[in-house]
Design a protein around this ligand. Sequence first.
Ligand code: MG
Length: 318
Amino acid sequence: MSPFTRNKTESVGALGERRLIEKIRGWLGNATLPAPYGIGDDCAVLPPSKKQQVVTVDPVIYRRHFDDRATPAEVGAKLLKRNLSDLAAMGAVPTAAVLALAIGANLRTAWLEGFYRGLATTSRRYRVPIVGGDIAQAEGALTASLTLIGRAAGKRVVTRSGARIGDWIYVTGQLGGSLLGHHLRFTPRLSEGVWLAAQKDVRALMDVSDGLAKDLYSLVPSGARPQLRSDAIPVSRGAQKLAARDQRPAVDHAVSDGEDYELVCAVSGRADRERFESAWARHFRTRLTCIGRFVRIDTPVSAGEVNLGNLHGYEHLR
Ligand SMILES: [Mg+2]
């Protein structure tokens, strides 16, 4: 569905701000809370937390993160899920979200309804209330930016720093080919992130949003480089399909397509890997794959290694 319409009666411009906000409240239903804990006061009030708190923000922008092929409900769901993936990447769970919209008056009301209903469904599924927001008018625009607040699930949050030379590199799920639909239909790895953060051998953790080839560099300890085994990379069927189309190796797609929303972590080189992997398998059906390790930067590149040199993933502002 195209988000915009030439027919004024079908547009949000015909509603006006007050009626639009009433409608939004209805679309969200019990995905929001009564004021002052939800929409309706100057601020939303949050419960106190004894745990460390985390906050993240990510937008979805028309023609950047989605186009007319995506249903509005998928766009609303994606917006929340990509922020949830960032929480998962620290071993945190969500507390509350606020939404800032910049939209043109010619935005289709039906599109916005679908968007909010998709957002509400996802918010109920992951038990995160949408507690507030703002709507700004910007001609021709359709940008939705969601700020998500969360808290540590256990004793600690896991950051990107902490990996050491010799640590193993693990990744959840399968990589690549997100363009064929995964970028809308992924499941944020929240419970996996919580579990990983509770394992003392997990030293660093992040989610894969721009592609492993690029994102992994945030985990590399100083004086090290990632050594990845080509045959160990879990290649998705989507990546295989794209590879058949464009004659590039499927592994290239797996490490550079991006929007995987899987987790990648560094596990202590001294960890009992068999125990770690079997404990994982008792909790999750999601795959967890050891794809390599961090080696000293002067370690020669060996046969069967992924050449990360010319695979950069998605780089913003380039
Ligand atoms: Mg991230």
